[in-house]
Design a protein around this ligand. Sequence first.
Ligand code: GSH
Length: 215
Amino acid sequence: MKFYGYFRSSSAYRCRIAFNLKGVQTDFASVHLRREGGQQKHPDYRSINPQALVPAVKDGDFVLTQSLAIIEWLDEIHPHPPLLPSNVDERAWVRAFAQSIACDIHPLQNLRVLDYLKTELGQDQHAADLWCRRWIGDGLKACEALLERRPFKGPFANGDRPGLADICLIPQLFSADRFGVEISELKHLNAVRAACEELEAFAAAHPSRQPDSEA
Ligand SMILES: N[C@@H](CCC(=O)N[C@@H](CS)C(=O)NCC(=O)O)C(=O)O
């Protein structure tokens, strides 16, 4: 299976964690989001993902985009270990938590949004940083409150084993650090992060350990 990604992309980072948890090897194709005007915008990559976003996977003739769809597809074709709880309420809760990050926090910090703020709306880097800190900070505070009342015990955001909720949370915390968001008081998020950091599947997916890393 070919996996199109970029080391710093948090959506690609989600997929890497999922592949590692499943023990699935992929053939990595780097799509550099800044080089050559953004390789994601080149026609050859747009033929893979017309949205000009990473990640994407190609398995034989089948091409799939959108990290959450990729992760749930992977979970269906490689059911063990499962990435979603077996209880229907818990499964829905995990999806809601994951979507609060993937649909409501992450899109506001995306490269194309920040580029638009700077180039078309004339904002400087400081304004773009404030923008990111605001939306990531507010979003993660809501995640902390969601975790406080999660319908099961930890140590993971997903329950007693890592899954989709953790897969979305850990890359978002990496981005929070990158943009200078203060999260030290978010104790549930930090406890989940500590539990995930113990696992090689998460450590090996870190941007600094990718072949295209510039860290
Ligand atoms: N909802 C998509 C988001 C994908 C996405 O936004 N990818 C970013 C990197 S994390 C990207 O390719 N950005 C390129 C750009 O903004 O030009 C997913 O979950 O796969």
